[in-house]
Ligand binder design. Structure first.
Ligand code: NIG
Ligand code: FE
Length: 418
C-alpha cells in the first residue's frame, strides 16, 4: 500500500544510526510527514522536505496536527486463551499468592483446562476483541505465545488459532512456542514429558514452521535450570531463537542460562544480581521487563531497570498480556508503570516499546523505528508531545494506526477489515 501521512505536529522515533548507542537518541521532527510506498517507508522528514517526492495519485492521510510514533512492538504476550481468571485476581487481593493458587490447581492449569474445552474457532473469536484492544492501544506487532495447551494436541490447537488470527487481523502476530509447565497428568513422569518435548513436540513445531522462537518458564517449581538447558539446547539445534521467563520469583538460574545460551531475550527479571546483569549485557541478551505484571501481582519487586540501562543493557518493555498475571493489552499503561516504578525516561520508554522490543523478536531491521526501508507501521496520537504519553494514563489517545501503509484505525475507529 502507498500512503502519504502529512500534517504531523511532531514525529518521534528512535534514531538508530548506531544501534549500540546506549544513550537512546530520539529523533524529534516538527511539521513532519511520512511517505510509504508498497508498504515500506520511502521518505520521512519535514513535510516541506518530502512533499515533492510523493506522486500525485498517492492516497493522503491528514494527521491533523497529531503526534506520530512507530507502531508499538509488544514482544512478550500470551493473548490467545480461553475464559478468564478474575476469581484468582480477587483471591490474591485477599492474601493468596500466585504460586499458592498455582499449587492448588489454579493458574496455568486452569487456563489449560479451559483451552482444552475450546475449539480453534472459539479461541479465534475470543481473541479477536483482544487484538482490537491491542491495536487501539498502539500495538502493530505482537508476540503470541502458545503454552496453555501443555499437551501436544492442545498446543497445536493454540498454534492453529494464532495462525488463523494472523490471517484475520491486521496486527502481525509472531508466534513463540512456550514450554510453560508440566501437564497435571504427567506430574509423576516429568522426565518422559521433557523427552517428549525435545523429541516430538519441538521437531513437529520446527517442521511445520509453527513458531519462530521457543520460550520456557524457568522458575522454582516449574522448570529447573537443568531442564530448561536441555529443552533450549534442543530448540537451538532445531534452529529456533530462544527466550526465557527468567528470575521472576527468585534467582531461578534463568538469567544466567539466557546469557550462557545466547538467548534473544530474558523476560521478567524481577530478581537480578550484578553478576547476572553483567552476563546478560555481555551476551547482548535483550532484557524484557514486564512492569504491568509486577503491578498486577502486587507482591514482587520491580526489575532493576535503571541499573540495567546505566550499565548498557538492551531493555524492552512488554505487556505480558495473560489472564493470570497481567490482564491488559495496553503498552501505554505498562509505560506509565515503568516510568513510575522503574524510573524510565520518555526516551527510554519509547526505545523499549519499539526498537528494543523489535530486537527481542529479531525484527529490528524491519520494524521498531520510522526509518527509510522499514515497514510502514505508524500510529497517530492526540497528545502534545512524547512525554505526555506515559503521563496521562488510563485513557487511549490513539487516533489512527497504519500497518504496512494500510490505515487500520481512523479517527479512533477500527477500519472494516479489522
Ligand atoms: O508471564 N510466568 C509465567 N507465565 C505467565 C503467566 C501465565 C498465567 O498465569 O497464565 C507470565 O506471567
Ligand atoms: Fe509471560
Amino acid at each position: 500500500m502507498d500512503l502519504f501521512i502529512k500534517n504531523i505536529s511532531r514525529l518521534y522515533t528512535p534514531r538508530v544510526a548506531d544501534s549500540e548507542d546506549i544513550s537512546r537518541p530520539v529523533m524529534d521532527i516538527s511539521d513532519a510527514a511520512i511517505f510509504i510506498s508498497q508498504g515500506r517507508i520511502e521518505a520521512v522528514g519535514t513535510e516541506k522536505e518530502i512533499a515533492s517526492l510523493v506522486p500525485e495519485k498517492v492516497p493522503v492521510l491528514d494527521a491533523q496536527q497529531r503526534v506520530a510514533l512507530p507502531g508499538f512492538v509488544d514482544c512478550h504476550a500470551h493473548p490467545v486463551f480461553a475464559g478468564e481468571r478474575s476469581h484468582e485476581f480477587h483471591k490474591r487481593n485477599a492474601g493468596a499468592t500466585y504460586l499458592q493458587i498455582a499449587k492448588e490447581g489454579g493458574g496455568i492449569a486452569s487456563s489449560a483446562q479451559a483451552l482444552k474445552n475450546a475449539s480453534v474457532e472459539a479461541l479465534v473469536q475470543e481473541t479477536l476483541p483482544r487484538l482490537n484492544r491491542f491495536l487501539l492501544s498502539g500495538t502493530t506487532t505482537l508476540e503470541a505465545k502458545s503454552g496453555y495447551g501443555l499437551e501436544w494436541e492442545q498446543e497445536r490447537k493454540q498454534l492453529a488459532a494464532i495462525d488463523e488470527l494472523n490471517k484475520k487481523h491486521p496486527i502481525e502476530l509472531i508466534p513463540t512456542y512456550l514450554v510453560h509447565s508440566i501437564p497435571a497428568s504427567r506430574k509423576n513422569d516429568r522426565e518422559a514429558f521433557i523427552d517428549e518435548v525435545c523429541e516430538t513436540m519441538l521437531p513437529e513445531v520446527a517442521r511445520n514452521h509453527l513458531a519462530q522462537a521457543v520460550d520456557i518458564f524457568c522458575e522454582e517449581g516449574v522448570f529447573s535450570e537443568e531442564e530448561s538447558r536441555k529443552i533450549l539446547l534442543r530448540a537451538k539445534q532445531l534452529g529456533f531463537d530462544i527466550k526465557l521467563h527468567a528470575n521472576q520469583f527468585g534467582h531461578s538460574g534463568g538469567a544466567r542460562l539466557a546469557a550462557e545460551l545466547g538467548a534473544v531475550s530474558a523476560d521478567h527479571l524481577e530478581h537480578l544480581n550484578d553478576k547476572e546483569i553483567d552476563a546478560l549485557i555481555e551476551n547482548k541478551v535483550t532484557c524484557v521487563l514486564l512492569p504491568a505484571c509486577v503491578f498486577f501481582l502486587g507482591d514482587l519487586p520491580y526489575p532493576p531497570a535503571r541499573k540495567l540501562i546505566e550499565r548498557g543493557a538492551r531493555v524492552a518493555i512488554a505487556t505480558d498480556m495473560n489472564p493470570g498475571s497481567s490482564m491488559t493489552e495496553s503498552l501505554p499503561l505498562a509505560m506509565t508503570i515503568a516510568a513510575i516504578y522503574c524510573h524510565m525516561t520518555p526516551a527510554e520508554l519509547l526505545w523499549a516499546a519499539t526498537f528494543d522490543a523489535a530486537r527481542a523478536l529479531k525484527r529490528e531491521t524491519s520494524i521498531g523505528s520510522l526509518e527509510v526501508g522499514k515497514e510502514g507501521n505508524v500510529t497517530l496520537w492526540d497528545i502534545p508531545h512524547l512525554r505526555y504519553l506515559s503521563y496521562h494514563f488510563g485513557n487511549t489517545f490513539l487516533t489512527d494506526a497504519v500497518i504496512s501503509g494500510q490505515v487500520v484505525v481512523a479517527n479512533g475507529q477500527l477500519s472494516d477489515e479489522s
